[in-house]
Design a protein around this ligand. Structure first.
Ligand code: NDP
Ligand code: 8X3
Length: 251
């Protein structure tokens, strides 16, 4: 029987690439994000190409009531085999003493609270089924802190801690927990971080070969397809030219 995966933040970047990768593996998909038109386009492309079923749900993961409505009323009681907690963002890059509180709230509400809201709803279903896999998209920023990354790094450290905690709580209940920590991946991430400034966003990846969203989707698919007795607990994935959060060999 086909497995079913929920992928949050599937309208762009890593989430969209994971949706494509999982469709190719034959998963039925439940895709979320705020931009409904993008979800609609992806659904028709995937259903046509891979003959899987794709349901789409446009909502803001920061809104607890919307997350609860999605989990309790929109997806029914079907078995969820995999939850990919990918929706997230950086907003701004400045020293904390010059930071914008609205940016901080966006990051904390999305990267930490949104992830918690949906996990709180889906994890009990996995516990009841004694089976499931939660894959959290963290970051190298959840392992290291870099100047001006302050609150974004704090949210990704929180994701790392939540993954570690979940694994300790769920390993004996038939549930795998994986934390994937990418380095620089060229997606819409930096455009969002710089509030739509595409030229500034390009400079982040200049003179280097960044990871692609597909590179990370490959890693997530690898983790999701290991045999029952293998849990990929933690994975740091960097471009070959990146030595640490602050070291990039640019040509
Ligand atoms: P993108 O900006 O390309 O994609 C982000 C996704 O998150 C979009 O689908 C967006 O959907 C969704 N999202 C953001 N805010 C919300 C919200 N409030 N409600 C619902 N969905 C939301 O970036 P990436 O693909 O690069 O980022 C995906 C994840 O990977 C993030 O958690 C990011 O922190 C992490 N990451 C990225 C790295 C990089 O270098 N790119 C490196 C390490 C980790 P929509 O706007 O339609 O709501
Ligand atoms: C995104 C990668 O290095 O900008 O998490 O924090 S980085």
């Amino acid at each position: 029987m086909s497995k079913t995966a929920i992928i949050t933040g599937a309208t762009a970047g890593i989430g969209e690439a994971v949706a494509i990768e999982f469709a190719n593996l034959g998963y039925n998909l439940i895709l979320t994000g705020r931009r409904k038109e993008r979800l609609e386009k992806l659904k028709s492309e995937l259903e046509l190409k891979y003959s899987v079923s794709v349901s789409i749900h446009a909502f803001d993961i920061r809104q607890k009531a919307e997350v609860e409505h999605f989990c309790r009323n929109e997806i029914g009681d079907q078995t969820i085999d995999v939850l990919v907690n990918n929706a997230g963002l950086a907003s701004g890059l400045s020293p904390l003493h010059e930071g914008d509180v609205d940016d901080w709230e966006k990051m904390i509400d999305t990267n930490v609270k949104g992830l918690l809201y949906i996990t709180r709803e889906i994890a009990p279903r996995m516990v009841a089924a004694k089976s499931g896999h939660i894959i959290n998209v963290g970051s190298i920023a959840g392992i290291e802190v870099y100047p001006n990354g302050n609150v974004y790094c704090a949210t990704k450290h929180a994701v790392h801690a939540i993954s570690e905690g979940l694994r300790r709580e769920l390993f004996d209940k038939g549930i795998k927990v994986t934390n994937i920590a990418p380095g620089l991946v060229e997606t819409e991430f930096s455009i969002v971080r710089f509030h739509g400034d595409e030229n500034r966003a390009k400079t982040v990846y200049q003179g280097m070969e960044a990871l692609t969203a597909k590179d990370i989707a490959d890693c997530i698919a690898f983790a999701a397809t290991r045999p029952k007795h293998v849990n990929v607990a933690d994975m740091l994935v960097l471009p070959s030219c990146q030595g640490s959060a602050t070291q990039v060999d640019r040509q």
